[in-house]
Design a protein around this ligand. Sequence first.
Ligand SMILES: Cc1ncc(C[n+]2csc(CCOP(=O)(O)OP(=O)(O)O)c2C)c(N)n1
Length: 253
Amino acid sequence: MGKTFLKPNSLSDNHTHYCPGCTHGVIHRLIAEVIDELKIRKNTVGVAPVGCAVLAYNYFNFDFQEAAHGRAPAMATGIKRVRPDLNVFTYQGDGDLASIGMSEIIHSANRGEKFTTIFVNNAVYGMTGGQMAPTTMPNQKTTTSPFGRDVKDVGMPIKMANLLAALQTPGYIERTTVLKPKYIVKAKKAIKKAFIYQMEKKCFSFVEVVSTCPTNWGMTPQDSIKWAEDTLLPYYELGVFKDTPKMEEKNAK
Ligand SMILES: Cc1ncc(C[n+]2csc(CCOP(=O)(O)OP(=O)(O)O)c2C)c(N)n1
């Protein structure tokens, strides 16, 4: 009997260090499947800054570059401008992208850099012990908001996909999740579309993935999926926020 479920070539044989129930592994797999399907493994470069995915270069079977905290979009800009023939993507957490790296992502998107960003939003700083992030939900308890996020003091969580979609230049922005198989299928389609737009030299592309962090949320993997569905998804609504290439195609007809 033939195998029906193979490991993508774009994933290495290494075991990941991620916690049980963490969605980084699922997202890694989707990226790897897309890169295999598009046959671009040999000319793809990933850029990951610090965060739980700091060791991502061990898990992917293609070139990978390490960036300082928040600075992956600046590094991706340099790589892509010098080597426009390469497919370049950043892989960033919400602490990284929406806090220390806010400026880098806004300006890269606004310049219309032709790379792809995969934005993993798990509503906390995972790697450093579950501190409050700009994406932490109102009243959510974290190690730095032990009584819950008080929006009177720190404002509402930032919706990065919505924020970037308000800029005129970036072309493709979608928010997805990988909490359940029905969402995973859509997330993969979004990641594939983002890479295809990059291959066609069309636009900056951004895929947010609403994710879990059972360890720092203090929940079982099952409870974290339920909490994310009940609490994160109503606020971080899924969908396409911008698809300029598709609009232009429609208008041309
Ligand atoms: C300049 C700098 N400041 C702070 C840190 C500490 N630090 C490492 S990872 C991280 C946050 C990571 O959270 P996130 O980006 O949400 O990714 P996750 O770990 O949740 O996947 C912080 C604050 C650092 N490495 N460098």
